[in-house]
Structures are given as structure tokens and as C-alpha cells.
Design a protein around this ligand. Sequence first.
Ligand SMILES: NC(=O)c1ccc[n+]([C@@H]2O[C@H](COP(=O)([O-])OP(=O)(O)OC[C@H]3O[C@@H](n4cnc5c(N)ncnc54)[C@H](O)[C@@H]3O)[C@@H](O)[C@H]2O)c1
Length: 352
Amino acid sequence: MSKLKIAVIGAGSISEAHLTAYSVHPEVELIAICDLNETRAQEKAERYGAGTTYTNYMELLQNPDIEAVSICTWNHMHAKIAIAALEAGKHVLCEKPLCKTVEEALNVQKAVHDSGKVLQVGYVRRYGTNVQTLRKFVDAGQLGEIYYAKASCLRRLGNPGGWFSDSERSGGGPLIDLGVHVIDLCWYLMGKPKVKSVSGNTYRKLGNRAHIDNLSYYKAADFNAEHNDVEDLANALIRFDNGASLMVDVSFTLHARKDELTVKLYGDKGGAEIEPELQIISEQLNTIINITPQIDHPSFQFQPGFNAEIAHFVDCCRGRTETICPVEDGVEMIKILSAIYQSAAEGKEIQF
Ligand SMILES: NC(=O)c1ccc[n+]([C@@H]2O[C@H](COP(=O)([O-])OP(=O)(O)OC[C@H]3O[C@@H](n4cnc5c(N)ncnc54)[C@H](O)[C@@H]3O)[C@@H](O)[C@H]2O)c1
């Protein structure tokens, strides 16, 4: 079988994870890389063996050899590039978030349906072996009905700067950047319940704290701390039609003692913690028991997660299976995130 011909659009920080995953996949041939920054595109192309580089994604999409693309650009270009790629007959793996607004999300969804091509949303954390292991327990009814979930992704220092802190290009701060992952994990494992209402708060109290010394953090490829108009903390309560609820808080910076990543689910037969490491909580013979599944990676592993995400994308492009991260899940998330921002701006609960 001939190899699947891939291009990566956006050659910044996260493209490394995509490029590495493609380079180890036996059925993939990486043929092109595109970035506004020509030197960056060329440097990556050389390193990962891609034959062609572009600075204009529309030119790349005209290349008939390319069958599928990864979109790893700033958020505000996701919808535009995804729609153009689908219209050009390419399959798309789009980094999270799917896009910035509900209107854009619905346009992408229409383009997916019209084109019949694959679009997979980059919810990479779903591919963690901790999540896939727990998924089996949830599907087998071991947690019963999950009626409550709680997730925190708190960075004490970690505004990535550049486009991340420019709401025009990012769509927001830690909520759209980090919240998207942890809200999605809870929602996915809860069985994707329908959202009923959302109440949220956002705060801009600490700025980006670029003055802090001797503490490193994730940065955009073009790091620049001068402009920052995004929230540094967001929290929300999401209510679902089935009566379940989800509480979340996320920050780029906060006066917290240390960074915190926790994702917890509570059902009427058992509970679970996905992060910081997989745990299942249950009851037997009148005794509460905490179960520690014995797996190699009880917490999310970055590159193996991307390798699994991209292997699944390749399977979907080959028509072997349907994606577990369809466009509909991207649309639903953008509705949730937009409602949280709206709730925070208006100071009231938003009904769906
Ligand atoms: N899944 C994850 O865990 C994860 C982690 C980090 C970032 N991301 C997502 O990946 C995307 C990129 O983030 P990053 O950290 O790599 O940012 P980055 O700034 O490091 O890289 C983005 C690159 O895109 C390029 N670019 C922007 N607009 C372009 C266009 N129109 N055409 C071609 N190139 C363009 C920029 O020049 C830059 O090199 C974002 O959507 C972000 O949310 C996902």
C-alpha cells in the first residue's frame, strides 16, 4: 500500500509532537511543511525530511499529492485553514481548540459534511492510556452513573505569551487553551451529556508575570510578553440535561503553591481520578477500596499521546475506523467555552 502523504501547517512548538509522530509512523510520508516564517518551515522540513516548504497554506493545499494535513497554527486560523483544506479534498487533523467562535465551528462542521473527508479534533488527552483504560471501566458500568466531575489545570506561572496572550488570535486565555482539554476529558468520559446551562467567571488580576525569575514554562515559538489581554484565571460550573454537573478551574498564573492538574469523576457505583494518576475508587464487602490499575503510564505521556492520536488519524484517513474526536465534539466544546466567556462577561448563568 502506498504511504499516506501528509503536510503540516504551522511549524511552531506543538508541530514537533505531530512531526515526531508522523516520522515514526510506518504508513506515512511527510511531504510538505508550511509556516508564515520561512526559515522555521525550512528548518523543520530539513529535520523531518519533508521535500517542500510553503509560506502560504493556500498554495500548499493546491498540491494534489497531499492527502491529509495537520493544522498547528494560531487558533484564529484553524477554521479558515480547515475549511479550505476540506474543500481541497484533504483530511484534517486540527489542533485544539477547533476554532474561536460557534459560528466558525458550525461552518467547519458543514465543510466536513459537504466534503465527506475526515476531520479529527486534536483532543490528544483522550488517547492517554490512563483515559483509554478508564474508558473500559466506565463502559462496563463500573462507575455507574457519573453525576459529578471536577477538573483543575492551574499553572502558577505559565502564560505562553505571543499569540496565546492576544485574544484576537487565541480567542482567550487558559480557558480556551487548557480548559478545553480537561473539560473535554470529563465530558467524554461522562458520555457526552447535553449541556443545559453554564456559569463562569474570568479574572485578569496578575497579568502575565513575565518579570518572574528562574522559573521556566511553555512558550509560543514567537514569545513576546508585551501584549496580554487574556484572562489569567477562569472557573465554571456546567450543568447537564441528565442532572450531572462539572466544576472546572484553570489558570495561566495564580498565587498557588504549585502547579495542579486534577481530573476526577464521581459516579453512583464508583469514582475515578485520571490525573495526576489513574485511580479507581469503589466499595466491596462494606469497605471502601482505592484501586491502582497497573499500567505503564498512569498519567498522560506527551509524545506517546500524540503518537496514538496520529496513528488513529491515519487509520481514519485509510477508512479503517471512525474518529473518536469528530467535528461535533469540537463544536460542542466551542459552545461551552463561548458560553463560559459570555457568562463571565454578563455576570449571569447562560441557558442552552
Ligand atoms: N494538544 C496540545 O496539547 C497542544 C499544546 C500546545 C499547543 N496546542 C495548539 O497548537 C496550536 C499551535 O500552538 P503552538 O504552541 O505550536 O504555537 P506556536 O506559536 O509555537 O506555533 C504556531 C506556528 O504557526 C505559524 N502560523 C500562524 N499562522 C499561520 C498561517 N496562517 N499559516 C502558516 N503558519 C502559520 C506561526 O508562524 C508559528 O510558527 C494552537 O492551536 C494550540 O492551541 C496544542
